[in-house]
Write a protein that binds this ligand. Structure first.
Ligand SMILES: Cc1cc2nc3c(=O)[nH]c(=O)nc-3n(C[C@H](O)[C@H](O)[C@H](O)COP(=O)(O)O)c2cc1C
Length: 319
């Protein structure tokens, strides 16, 4: 079974990936959060970011979010020049602005338009194309038409987050749709969705040995040792989490301008990491309410001093 680091826009930056790799065993693949290309392909900034990330030696798969085949092909040519060996297409992003433009999960609304787009990119793309998809827009039954459409193309890998767009991240993943893909997909299949504890990941791997891979997202941000625990029995410890946190904080402090963006980044990470501590509500509230770095440090000290980390827990989505 291969393990993939899920793309999490705003969280899994190059910095985050690299610091994670310094503290924990490397995963098999790291899919970048989406880049939105233009007719000129990727921006100079995006290309420079990617080339630095590639130099760091991470097995990186860049992801594109577009429904314009020219933009996709232009970017794929640039990615090939940078040394990438694969490009990933985002057909899952549920956000309103992306959806309304017919990108991400918005591209699943009109299968004729999607077919025309896939025809064009598969005809001219210089790199193997993998796809990360939801199973439909408003009804899980849409998968019965979408999967056969995917089967018309030589997709390198199909990563499935088995929710429909309208569910965003609510409810439970439709594992029956994933099981159907394991039976019927021509492309190798990777699973993404709601595997948060070591136990959940191990049970899933046992249950679906035919899957090519498991992609870990929010669970890996909550417990950065999740993959290490499942594959090597290495449990998350308080001292490792503290050192990991401190390095992230320091590097974001160097990289970002001013307190606010650093606070924002760290608060977002704590939304996930705090779940590793039972009885965390007072500290979680202190983090959320922190107005400056002094408040923030007070709250973090209290987490590491007053709470006991449980390495078998995992991310708990808000009710
Ligand atoms: C904050 C956030 C940002 C995300 N950004 C991306 C993205 O850029 N590209 C993508 O394909 N999926 C993105 N996703 C979806 C995740 O990659 C993943 O498929 C989803 O969270 C389900 O997996 P999980 O339950 O393991 O987190 C994002 C999800 C979240 C919560």
């Amino acid at each position: 079974m291969l393990y993939y680091f899920a793309p999490l826009e705003g969280i899994t930056s190059r910095l985050y990936h690299e610091i994670h790799r310094d503290f924990f065993p490397m995963l098999d693949r790291y899919v970048t959060p989406f880049f939105v290309p233009s007719i000129k392909g990727l921006s100079t900034k995006d290309r420079s970011q990617l080339s630095h990330a590639l130099l760091s030696g991470l097995p990186l798969i860049p992801q594109l979010l577009t429904n314009r085949s020219e933009d996709f092909i232009q970017s794929a040519n640039q990615l090939q020049d940078l040394g990438c060996s694969e490009v990933n297409l985002n057909l899952g992003c549920p956000s309103g602005t992306v959806f309304s433009k017919g990108r991400g999960a918005g591209a699943l609304r009109d299968l004729d338009a999607l077919r025309a787009f896939l025809d064009a990119i598969f005809a001219d793309c210089p790199l193997p194309i993998s796809i990360k998809t939801r199973i439909g827009v408003s009804d899980p039954k849409e998968w019965e038409a979408l999967l056969p459409l995917y089967n018309e193309y030589p997709i390198h890998e199909l990563t499935i987050h088995p929710r429909i767009r309208n569910e965003h991240y609510r409810g439970s993943p439709h594992t029956d749709a994933f099981a159907m893909a394991l039976q019927e997909s021509r492309a190798p299949v990777v699973y993404s969705g709601d595997l948060f504890t070591p136990d959940q990941v191990a049970t899933f791997a046992e249950h679906y040995p035919q899957a090519k891979g498991i992609m870990l997202g929010r669970g890996l941000i909550a417990n950065p040792a999740l993959h290490a625990t499942v594959t090597q029995g290495e449990l998350l410890t308080t001292s490792t989490l503290l050192a990991f946190h401190d390095r992230l904080f320091l590097r974001y402090r160097e990289l970002l301008f001013g307190e606010r963006p650093v606070l924002h980044k760290m608060k977002e990470l704590w939304h996930y990491m705090i779940c590793m501590f039972p009885e965390h509500e007072p500290q979680a509230k202190r983090i959320r309410k922190a107005q400056n770095l002094s408040d923030y440090h007070g709250a973090v000290s209290s987490i590491f001093r007053d709470l006991i980390l449980d390495p078998y827990r995992g991310y708990q989505p808000p009710a």
